[in-house]
Ligand binder design. Structure first.
Ligand code: HSE
Length: 312
């Protein structure tokens, strides 16, 4: 038996929603799991590069028992008292790796859904989300990869992920800018402080409230405040040279609602109202090119569909 699951890319945080807000995007990885017939062949993981960028490196995708996909599949098998064996896992990778677009979440979610199907669906959505968030460590990429759309989610102390979907205003464009270098999430999280000032925590708490209200009421003025952050972006600026200049240069564009780091970076996401995309793109391109950074820029809609089983 062979099961394939198509999983969207995601952008997480969206400013103040660190480890909570995330949105699915129409770039996909397809994860296929196949039971192999020969006993003792163990688990084989292959990655086929099919990316939207020309220069994608796959060296950061571990293909052995250390891989996130293996851990996720193993946890699912263990949850029903079994161990995985004799599986061939193939990842057809379109999502850029180590750029902040949820490539690890996509393989975790895809691997889990495919393995769950192979096993006769022992786990429900709650159980799968819980395993996926445990493996990834935070739910903000996992949840929209799983259910699609714009989602706020929380990994609770009991291991459950609670989430609610929000409706993204059609009027607001999402422009994803992917630089030509990688930044691992581990490195990007290592620069974050263990404790923050109360004033910074309050700053972000206010902005999470603003984000929900701004999206629900299509309030562009409020969204300009909502997309600000003091919990992660200031610390990560040094890992993404040029981001401060891009934010500064975009400040003068009245249709720009905000410029945020996509997940742990280094990709960035610009939220704007219609009609000034060429200007926005040239500001990003010129700023990064002046620092010898090439950039791939895509304006994308929200992907409303989450991970789905497909017949290949
Ligand atoms: N919320 C996560 C972070 C997303 O910013 O580190 C990356 O996986």
């Amino acid at each position: 038996m062979k099961i394939s699951v198509k999983v969207p890319a995601t952008t997480a945080n969206l400013g103040a929603g660190f480890d909570s807000l995330g949105m699915a995007l129409p770039i996909y990885n397809t994860i296929t799991i196949e039971e192999t017939v020969l006993p003792g062949t163990g688990i084989e993981i292959n990655v086929i590069k099919n990316d939207v960028l020309d220069d994608l490196s796959l060296e950061h995708i571990p293909m052995d028992e250390n891989s996130l996909i293996y851990k996720a599949v193993e946890l699912l098998y263990n949850s029903i008292g079994q161990n995985p064996s004799e599986l061939k896992i193939t990842v057809q990778s379109q999502i850029p790796v180590a750029r902040g677009l949820g490539s690890s979440a996509s393989v975790i979610v895809g691997g889990l859904m495919a393995a769950n199907e192979l096993l006769g669906r022992p786990a429900d959505e709650v159980a799968l989300l819980s395993i996926a968030a445990e493996v990834e460590g935070h739910p903000d990429n996992i949840t929209p990869a799983f259910v699609g759309g714009l989602v706020m989610s929380s990994l609770e102390d009991d291991g459950r992920v609670i989430y609610r979907k929000l409706e993204w205003p059609q009027e607001w464009d999402i422009t994803v800018c992917v630089p030509d270098y990688e930044l691992s999430t581990d490195i990007s999280r290592s620069v974050l402080p263990q404790e923050v000032e109360l004033a910074d925590a309050v700053f972000n708490a206010k902005r999470m409230g603003m984000f929900v209200q701004a999206v629900n009421t299509k309030d562009a003025e409020l969204m300009k405040y909502a997309l600000q952050d003091r919990l992660h972006q200031p610390y990560r600026m040094k890992l993404v040279p040029g981001l401060d200049k891009i934010i500064e240069n975009l400040k003068h564009e009245e249709n720009v609602l905000g410029c945020v780091l996509s997940g742990a970076g280094p990709a960035i996401v610009i939220i704007s109202q219609k009609n000034n995309l060429d200007k926005i793109k040239s500001i990003v391109k010129d700023t990064w090119e002046s620092l010898n950074v090439k950039v791939n820029i895509m304006t994308l809609p929200v992907e409303k569909q989450g991970a789905q089983i497909i017949n290949e």
